[in-house]
Write a protein that binds this ligand. Structure first.
Ligand code: ZN
Length: 525
């Protein structure tokens, strides 16, 4: 995929292009201009406020052969090489926080760069360093080699040792204002040819809570969803706010039932739909809060819960099934997990591991509550849910029915009628995925003729997309069948096939491990 995320593409190239942070920028720019560059800087501020972007512009500016008013020229040899490891080293302290890492660093900084005056070390999330690593770093900061500049970045300056603080020039990055973000989004839309209402961009800017990166990521998401269409306020709300709230009911249910397979499948769905993990947890916490409020206040809760009737019914049902202790414990645990996720680079893994951890632990204060006494026991389940329970989400995708799927099927041309449906599929699919957001993954699947004349096949590269459609006893597949019938007047049976190689199945821990994907790199920068 060569698609470049907007926040990367529009990362500022010069100080002049930076949005907000005028005081910080002017100070740094002047240091370059008047040759008064220091050896250690501490950039403080919440995520997305431009710490790393500023550090990178600064790293270029200090070595630039022809700086323009303190800005890097971005043309000279050194500017062009600035991001190579000869000139710039980025260290993520969240994952390299040990003393060995810093010792390596101390050895490395002794070597002078072959070109350029400075070598710049950016240590991100520096507060994550261990005590001994901090001490090792301190030694380097006490006597920094003349050619070295350290830029330490942190979201939590209070966790940085005072001895380190005292050796750094400190710069505080403020939240970027809604107005500044809105204006920048307008410029980006102009350059990208994205049509968007001012109100929509303003809404995105407000949601981003002072972080430009989040704002651009949200814009990216909306654009991906409504490609070639104008982005309106309603559409932004649709993409972000209206996560099908059913998923929170399902996630909570999976926690209560200690069902790891369902939980992991749902997390997979969250990521497949490109949701932001933090935002997701946050909304889920809000949902659980509503369940708790409904439980405590009963009928009086209505005025305190902003939701639609459908969700309210689910909230009330869950309120009657879960204990207050359980709910409180979930909310507290999610808050802790949220704090962890903020600094994590591998967000998905942290989320998966954190939630799996909840399955194995009891709420504090009721360690002996035996599992069968939990109010969410199987006995109380409604018949409709029981049937769903009896159809567990398969770890390995199976088409329904599980008959042969060979190359012959690939070649199946199908009847003229089937071909007509396939031709109209893009239009039908668009209608489905606009109306039912949880079916967005349909865009990643291909419709083919089935072996039987009344059968169609949805083929996906990834098994998970098939699993999503098969969940809830195929309810989503029926919905697709309905829509095809509505559009074409003929009823087809739709089944799913994945091209992914089946994995070993077992329903045990190895199975769960298989579902924890380690190949996703959610680094922030
Ligand atoms: Zn230059």
């Amino acid at each position: 995929m060569s698609y470049l995320a907007l926040y990367r593409k529009y990362r500022p190239a010069t100080f002049d292009e930076m949005v907000g942070q005028r005081a910080v920028i002017t100070a740094l720019q002047n240091q370059v201009k008047y040759g008064q560059v220091g050896h250690a800087y501490l950039f403080c501020g919440t995520r997305g406020t431009g710490k790393t972007s500023t550090a990178k512009v600064f790293a270029r500016a200090v070595n630039c052969l022809h700086p323009v008013d303190g800005n890097p020229c971005n043309e000279c040899e050194l500017c062009k090489e600035a991001e190579s490891s000869f000139h710039l080293v980025e260290i993520d302290a969240a994952s390299n926080n040990g003393v060995e890492n810093i010792r390596d660093l101390r050895e490395e900084v002794q070597y002078t760069p072959s070109k350029g005056r400075y070598k710049v070390y950016i240590i991100d999330e520096v507060h994550m360093l261990t005590q001994s690593a901090f001490n090792a770093l301190l030694k380097t900061l006490e006597e920094p080699p003349a050619h070295v500049i350290f830029i330490l970045a942190t979201t939590e300056p209070h966790k940085v040792l005072p001895t380190i603080l005292s050796r750094c020039q400190r710069y505080d990055f403020k939240r970027i204002t809604v107005q500044e973000i809105t204006e920048h989004l307008m410029q980006v839309c102009g350059k990208e040819g994205i049509r968007a209402e001012d109100a929509a961009l303003h809404y995105i800017a407000a949601l981003a809570d002072g972080g430009m990166r989040d704002a651009l990521s949200i814009l990216d998401q909306c654009h991906a969803y409504y490609i070639d269409e104008e982005i309106t306020l309603a559409k932004v709300r649709d993409v972000l706010g209206a996560v099908d709230s059913r998923i929170f009911t399902e996630m909570t249910e999976a926690l209560a039932q200690e069902d790891a397979a369902v939980l992991l499948t749902l997390i997979q769905q969250v990521f497949a739909e490109g949701r932001d993990a933090l935002q997701f947890l946050n909304t889920w916490s809000g949902y659980l809060r509503n369940v708790l409020v409904s439980q405590v206040l009963k009928e009086q809760a209505a005025g305190l819960i902003e939701t639609d009737t459908d969700q309210m019914q689910r909230i009330q049902k869950q309120a009657s099934e879960l204990s207050a202790d359980q709910l409180t414990w979930y909310i507290e645990s999610l808050a802790k997990l949220e704090a962890k996720l903020k600094t994590a680079s591998e967000k998905r893994i942290i989320l998966e591991v954190g939630l799996l951890g909840l399955l194995r632990r009891r709420p504090v204060g009721e360690p002996e509550r035996p599992r069968q006494e939990a109010s969410y026991s199987k006995r109380e389940r409604l018949p409709q849910e029981q049937s769903r329970r009896q159809e567990p989400v398969p770890a390995v995708p199976v088409s329904r029915p599980p008959e042969k799927k060979g190359p012959s099927e690939n070649a199946a041309k199908g009847s003229a009628e089937q071909q007509a449906v396939i031709q109209r599929w893009p239009e039908i699919r668009k209608k489905i995925s606009t109306q039912w957001q949880s079916l967005y993954t349909l865009n990643l699947m291909r419709l083919e003729a089935g072996a039987a004349s009344d059968e169609l096949v949805l083929r996906a590269g990834k098994a998970i997309y098939c699993q999503q459609l098969e969940m809830k006893g195929g309810e989503k597949l029926s919905l697709i069948e309905d829509q095809i019938e509505e559009a074409t007047g003929s009823r087809y049976r739709v089944r799913v096939i994945s091209d992914e190689k089946p994995r070993a199945t077992g329903g045990d821990l190895s199975d769960i491990k298989n579902q924890i994907h380690t190949d996703v790199n959610w680094r922030n920068e």
